[in-house]
Structure formats: structure tokens, C-alpha cells
Design a protein around this ligand. Structure first.
Ligand code: ADP
Ligand code: MG
Length: 342
């Protein structure tokens, strides 16, 4: 069980060439990842996510701030000690980074050889790990005979070989199709729940955050612009960057073009209701509308799961005479967050 703390961390790369300015890849970022938590870091390409992970595993040195992995302050350890701390950190990558010339079992065994684990113990551990990721029957295959999802499962088995307390995943599902991506995320969830391994996971896909993370940090141009419990951030995004990410993974209000299209097809009054974690009693909502003698159809939106809680946004068309609709809207506003679409 390992906590990871980043406290005011910065990373600046020196200018390349005379005209160029230095690049501030990470700018004053603080993240406290509790032991056993799955923490996602999301941001667009170039936001500084990969740099941040390389700082955590000590492959690069921060230019400011402090990073603690467990009780080890990696930011001021000599390289020889950093290597020891890195032994307690597993890494998986978008491109898997496997040895193509080695068989599956040998890939998983490699970190155990580096850690000088005796051969019989190595064989036992490799068998156990391949069983855990469901690849026992592929032990003697070469990695280029495997599908992308299988390769990433080998990557996960290898990362777990030395029993790390922390697993760092850099776009681990970005090269996979959606279905395979789901399988790998489910496996990472098992890694977290069965072994209590803390996971820091970097992604540019909000869907990944929604599926698996407990908490999330949104990065933009090197800075952490938003942070918190996944459900809270999703259901109430504050910054433009977060809003754009959330829109890719949650039911939204219709955008301007879509609204115009909806109006062409629907003559009634359009309203959007937001449902957060069962805070709205849906039968009451629909009964309220019916009680006012108003008809209703759902024209846009849906309900989805975020961090094990439900989030919904439904755009309804209310049909009937103006006064009845006005009363229905007033009554609805007592029961749910409601927006009348202008
Ligand atoms: P992300 O993973 O979010 O796409 P990166 O951490 O890879 O972002 O990069 C953040 C910024 O730092 C980018 O502007 C990138 O060009 C720059 N950068 C990354 N690594 C280096 C490096 N070794 N030298 C100089 N600049 C770098
Ligand atoms: Mg990256």
C-alpha cells in the first residue's frame, strides 16, 4: 500500500537553440494519491502528463517541488536509491514496450531476473502472474503473435512481477479498440482491488476516467486546472477544459446545431433535466408532468454510471397548452435541476 504525493511540482526543459524559450512541461502541480486509490490524470496532448509520470518514477528530476512515493522523497534521493524506489513502481505503456525476441514468459520473468530472484521462485511467480492475467496458455508464444489486448496483459503481468505498491499507466488503453480497452481496464481494476495497488493512470479519454478512476486531475498546459472525486468533477465541471472532456463521456445538453434540428422536429417546449446520483425521483418527475395535463417525450440525453453513481441528463419535449406547460415547468423545478432551452 503506497501513497503518492506531488507537492508543487515543476519541470522545465531548457531551451533548445538560440531563439527557443525553455519549455515548462509541468507547472506547480500538487496531487495527493491515497494508498489504494485509482487516480486518473487527463489532459490533451502536450499537457504534461507523461512528463509527470516520469517524474514520479524518477526517470526525470523535477526542477521544483517534492514527490514522495510512500515515505521515500524521490526528488532528493541519489540515483542509486531512486533505482531501489523504482523497484516498487510498476509501469505500463501505450506501445506495451515488450521484448519481441523473447517469449511471453521470459518477458514477465525479466524484472525478476533483474531483482535477482532465484530461478525456482521466478518460475512459480511467472506461472502465477500469467494465470492472473489469463495468459497461461500463451507462456511460450512470442509477443508478436499476440493481439494488442494480450500484449497489454503481458505488460501488466510484467509490471506486477516484483509486487509493486504503485502502478503507473501511460495511455495504457489508447492503442486498443473499445472492447479490448474495456477488458484491460477491468483487469486494472482487479489489480487495484485484489492487491490494493495504488494506480496513477494517464489518459486523454474521459471514458477511461469514468470507467475506473476514483479521483481525477485535469491538466492543461502543465497545470492542474481541476481535481477531485470523479463523480463531483463529472457532474459539475468548472473549467472549459474539463467541460470539453466531460462532454465526450456524459449525456449533454444538445449543442446549438442539434437544438435547431430538434426544434424543427418538435413543436413543444424543450427543457433539460439533470439527475445526480439518485437526487431526483424520476417517477415523481413524470407524474408531475402528467398531473398538469401535459404530454412528454424524451428527445435527447440519457443516464450513465460515473464512479458507481448515476448521472443523467434528459431533454424533454413538453406538449400541451401554454399555461399548463408553464405550471408543469414550475412544478418540475421543485423536483429537479431544470433548464428551459431558449
Ligand atoms: P503529454 O504526455 O500530456 O502529451 P508531455 O509530458 O509528453 O505531454 O509533454 C509536455 C510538454 O513538454 C510538451 O510541450 C513537450 O513538447 C515537452 N517535452 C516533453 N519532453 C521533453 C523533453 N525531453 N525535452 C523538451 N521538451 C519536452
Ligand atoms: Mg503522453
Amino acid at each position: 500500500m503506497t501513497r503518492v504525493q506531488l507537492i508543487g511540482v515543476g519541470k522545465e526543459y531548457p531551451a533548445r537553440g538560440k531563439q527557443a524559450a525553455p519549455v515548462v512541461a509541468v507547472d506547480d502541480v500538487s496531487i495527493d494519491v491515497a494508498s489504494g486509490e485509482i487516480h486518473a490524470v487527463i489532459g490533451y496532448s502536450g499537457a504534461g502528463k507523461s512528463t509527470l509520470l516520469r517524474l514520479v518514477n524518477g526517470l526525470e528530476r523535477a526542477t521544483s517541488g517534492r514527490i514522495l512515493v510512500g515515505t521515500d522523497e524521490i526528488t532528493n534521493l541519489p540515483e542509486s536509491r531512486v533505482r531501489v524506489v523504482r523497484g516498487g513502481i510498476g509501469m505500463i505503456f501505450q506501445q506495451f514496450n515488450l521484448f519481441h525476441s523473447k517469449r511471453v514468459a521470459a518477458n514477465v520473468e525479466y524484472p525478476l531476473i533483474v531483482a535477482k530472484v532465484p530461478p525456482t521462485e521466478r518460475k512459480r511467480r511467472v506461472a502465477e502472474l500469467l494465470d492472473f492475467v489469463g495468459l497461461s496458455d500463451k507462456a511460450t508464444a512470442f509477443t508478436d503473435q499476440l493481439s494488442g489486448g494480450q500484449k497489454q496483459r503481458v505488460g501488466i503481468a510484467r509490471a506486477l512481477a516484483t509486487n509493486p505498491g504503485v502502478l503507473l499507466a501511460d495511455e495504457a488503453t489508447s492503442a486498443l479498440d473499445p472492447e479490448t480497452s474495456q477488458e484491460v481496464l477491468a483487469l486494472l481494476k482487479r489489480v487495484n482491488s485484489e492487491f490494493g495497488i495504488t494506480i496513477m493512470l494517464i489518459t486523454h479519454e474521459m471514458e477511461v476516467v469514468r470507467e475506473i478512476a476514483d479521483r481525477v486531475t485535469v491538466m492543461d498546459a502543465g497545470r492542474a486546472v481541476e481535481q477531485g472525486d470523479v463523480f463531483d468533477v463529472f457532474s459539475n465541471p468548472k473549467t472549459e477544459t474539463t467541460k470539453r472532456f466531460v462532454a465526450t463521456a456524459l449525456p449533454t445538453e444538445p449543442n446549438a446545431a442539434h437544438l435547431e434540428e430538434l426544434r424543427r422536429r418538435h413543436r413543444g417546449k424543450l427543457v433539460t433535466l439533470t439527475f445526480r446520483d439518485g437526487d431526483v425521483d424520476q417517477p415523481v418527475v413524470f407524474q408531475t408532468i402528467a398531473d398538469r395535463g401535459v404530454g412528454v417525450s424524451i428527445v435527447h440525453g440519457g443516464v450513465t454510471d460515473v464512479g458507481g453513481r448515476s448521472f443523467g441528463r434528459l431533454t424533454l419535449e413538453l406538449i400541451g397548452d401554454d399555461l399548463k406547460i408553464e405550471h408543469a415547468v414550475a412544478a418540475l423545478a421543485q423536483h429537479a435541476e431544470l433548464e428551459v432551452l431558449a
